[in-house]
Design a protein around this ligand. Structure first.
Ligand code: NAP
Length: 243
């Protein structure tokens, strides 16, 4: 950790799945956690218990990352007191379906959670990081945003957009020693992929298995560590070898 007095990591969408693994891993690395989620209080509380059992603080922050008023109400007062050294933009969901049948709602809600969510949370946090001249931002994107996947035009567009935002923001804030990267998971065993056809997908993954949330969390922790001090504007794939 670069600054001893600045040990907070804000992780969005951290009540379950990949976000929960990221929060628990960063807590083990010595960070207090600001744990955002949307509505699953019980799951969020169970992650918080694990963080606290390891000796770190955990603040639960339930809000919709795509709702500007909710983001400002939750984060502004906290950010006036102290600022996270790490921000992980992980909150998200998919609404899959072929484009010919896709509703405007499914298009917009997926773009909103990934792109508006990134913009609204990051804008507030990066302002403070710029003043401190330190910080790490990691955006969770997807293989789908790199290669394109049929049935995910909305999700691929959102994640591709987030890849572009990652590179541009990295260029913008590098002089203030803020490093911005993305991690691109492939198929990771969480509730998000519970309904996918396993037998069809496995042969497309060179390592022949789905990934674990912990394997994504370890990549995020690396990008947030002093070992990644010369890495910014990059997309790190954690996908079992999908090209
Ligand atoms: P998940 O198990 O479904 O968990 C999603 C998390 O995001 C939950 O904590 C949920 O909160 C939160 N969330 C959803 N919408 C939100 C909103 N509007 N505001 C705040 N929080 C919100 O999903 P996951 O598989 O861990 O996915 C996490 C991230 O990885 C997503 O960005 C996803 O696109 C990306 N990803 C996943 C995979 C995969 O194979 N699983 C692959 C590539 C990329 P509640 O619990 O309160 O609902």
């Amino acid at each position: 950790m670069t600054e001893e007095n600045n040990k907070i990591a804000l992780v969005t969408g951290a009540s379950r799945g990949i976000g929960a693994a990221i929060a628990e891993t960063l807590a083990r690395d010595g960070y207090d956690i600001w744990l955002n989620y949307r509505s699953n209080h019980r799951a969020a509380e169970s992650v918080a218990e694990k963080v606290r059992a390891g000796g770190r603080k955990c603040l639960l922050l339930p809000f919709d990352v795509a709702d500007e008023e909710a983001v400002v109400v939750a984060l502004d007062p906290l950010l006036d007191q102290e600022s996270p050294y790490i921000l992980v933009n992980n909150a998200g969901f998919a609404r899959d379906g072929v484009m010919a049948l896709m509703s405007r709602y499914d298009w917009q809600s997926v773009l909103k959670v990934h792109l508006d969510g990134f913009f609204l949370v990051t804008k507030l946090v990066v302002t403070r990081m710029l003043r401190q001249r330190a910080g790490r931002i990691v955006n969770i994107v997807s293989t789908s945003g790199q290669t394109g996947v049929g049935g995910q035009v909305n999700y691929s567009a959102a994640k591709s957009g987030l890849i572009g935002a990652t590179r541009s923001l990295a260029a913008e804030v590098a002089r203030r020693k803020i490093l911005v990267n993305a991690v691109a998971p492939g198929f990771i065993e969480t509730e998000m992929i519970a309904d996918l056809p396993v037998a069809e997908i496995l042969p497309t993954i060179p390592l022949g298995r789905f990934g674990q949330a912990q394997e994504v969390a370890d990549a995020v922790a690396f990008l947030c560590s002093d070992k990644a001090s010369y890495i910014t504007g990059q997309i790190l794939s954690v996908n079992g070898g999908i090209i």
